[in-house]
Write a protein that binds this ligand. Structure first.
Ligand code: GUN
Ligand code: ZN
Length: 429
């Protein structure tokens, strides 16, 4: 089997640096190597050791660049790629003004194909090897996304977005069609190649209780699938949920009472959680996905990443495009850092990199498979140029260690910082 030996600086993790001192679980090698055999990583070690042990491997020498696991975006909306960075609205107005009209176009398979292809290629150009995406109500939009991902051999998670109220006529399904279409799509795609299906109620305001219930039933019938939705993103949204579900204890309860709370549940945003909600998320082993560029761009608020992690909630990181304003997980880490600063929490570069790789992979229940630079993982790898722009290059000249070298790229980097990307053992760029 074909073997490649990538040489450079390497960065990997053996534990969660949000919960233990990052120094104990973070591994940096300034003269490291990564051996790829077929589609997998088969060794991570010193460059010299690997060169001696595998003299026939094809060497790709990245010099001082940093080799790490490909970024894993744990929550985004590929149908919003064409309207990213739309001006001047907060969540509900933003959905009605920009998002719903654009999403109405995805019944057109050719349009969905084009946007899916562009989205995946843009993600790869930004060093992101896994996307977790909402689609639209149209089954065509799901076929387009999984099809485009299969062509690129990318591990993706996606599902048909279900909504049967509070959206335009062009963009609502029904209780029955949400169940039937989701079931047909998960049977078609879940576990095929690198595809994972996520049952996807958009959020409680756009589903009737009956629709939430049939999706909860479908999840119980298919417990292998993930479930993704939005939770407690903006205060007016939370007040609206209270009106729509007057008997619910809180926002999470609108999901919980309909079978939509579980270990394989992904709850995007989750900014204004009440103590009961945090306890329940932790108890069932559910995940919160932090979407910092979106939370600043749409004006949502400051998610308590460290507090939730310490309460036992699994935490991932995501762009939430097009509510998020960048495809770059570097920019997303920068926003997570800035939100931490506004909360009085200082996130270390190691913690940010962990969230963007290992943390997100864990929320998708793919730990050790993706987002991981270690033996046995799929060879989804990103190589960062740590001096990609004149501004960053002059800054890192005086860097004394890898963190001092890496942090300016986290704060100021973008797709220009991506030197190379590998997906399932094949070089993409
Ligand atoms: N809540 C419900 N739908 C959406 C969406 O598309 N984007 C964001 N950011 N929040 C949502
Ligand atoms: Zn979202």
């Amino acid at each position: 089997m074909k073997q490649y030996l990538l040489l450079g600086q390497t960065l990997s993790f053996s534990g969660n640096p949000l919960l233990t001192p990052w120094e104990n679980v973070t591994h940096h090698n300034s003269a490291g190597g990564v051996l790829i055999t077929g589609d997998r990583i088969t060794a991570v070690d010193n460059a010299d050791t690997l060169k001696r042990a595998h003299p026939d491997a094809t060497i790709v020498d990245y010099g001082d660049a940093l080799i790490h696991a490909g970024f894993v975006d744990a929550h985004m909306h590929y149908p919003q790629t064409r309207m990213i960075a739309s001006w001047g609205k907060q969540l509900i107005d933003w959905l009605n003004t920009y998002t719903f009209p654009e999403e109405s176009r995805f019944g057109d398979r050719a349009y969905a194909d084009a946007v899916a292809a562009d989205t995946l290629d843009l993600a790869l150009a930004h060093g992101t090897t896994t996307l977790t995406s909402f689609c639209t109500i149209h089954p065509e939009s799901v076929d387009a996304f999984f099809g485009a991902a299969a062509q690129r051999n990318m591990a993706v998670v996606a599902g048909k977005t279900c909504m049967d109220r509070n959206a335009p006529d062009t963009l609502v399904d029904t209780v029955q069609s949400a169940y039937d279409d989701s079931k047909a799509l998960l049977e078609k795609w879940h576990g095929i190649g690198r595809a994972t299906y996520a049952i996807t109620p958009r959020f409680s305001p756009t589903s009737t209780p009956d629709q939430l219930q049939v999706l909860g039933d479908l999840w119980a019938e298919n417990p292998d699938c993930l479930m993704q939705t939005h939770l407690s993103e903006q205060l007016p949204e939370i007040a609206w949920v209270k009106d729509l579900y007057p008997t619910s204890r809180d926002y999470l309860d609108t999901y919980e009472t309909h079978g939509l709370l579980g270990a394989k549940g992904l709850y995007g945003h989750s900014i204004y959680l009440e103590p009961r909600e945090i306890d329940r998320l932790a108890e069932v082993g559910a995940a919160v996905v932090h979407c910092p560029t979106s939370n600043t761009f749409i004006g949502s608020g400051l998610c308590d990443v460290l507090g939730l992690a310490r309460a036992g909630v699994a935490m991932g990181l995501a762009t939430d495009t097009g509510g998020g304003s960048s495809f770059s997980m570097l920019r997303t880490m920068a926003a997570a850092y800035e939100i931490g600063q506004l909360r009085g929490d200082v996130l270390h570069a190691a913690q940010l990199m962990w969230l963007a790789t290992e943390g997100s992979a864990a929320t998708l229940h793919q730990s050790g498979q993706i987002g991981h630079l270690g033996t046995g993982a799929m060879a989804d790898i990103t190589v960062l140029d740590l001096a990609a722009t004149p501004l960053i290059a002059q800054r890192v000249k005086s860097a004394e260690n890898v963190w001092d070298q890496l942090f300016p790229t986290i704060m100021m980097g973008d797709d220009r910082s991506i030197k190379d990307v590998w997906v399932a053992g094949s070089r993409v760029t």
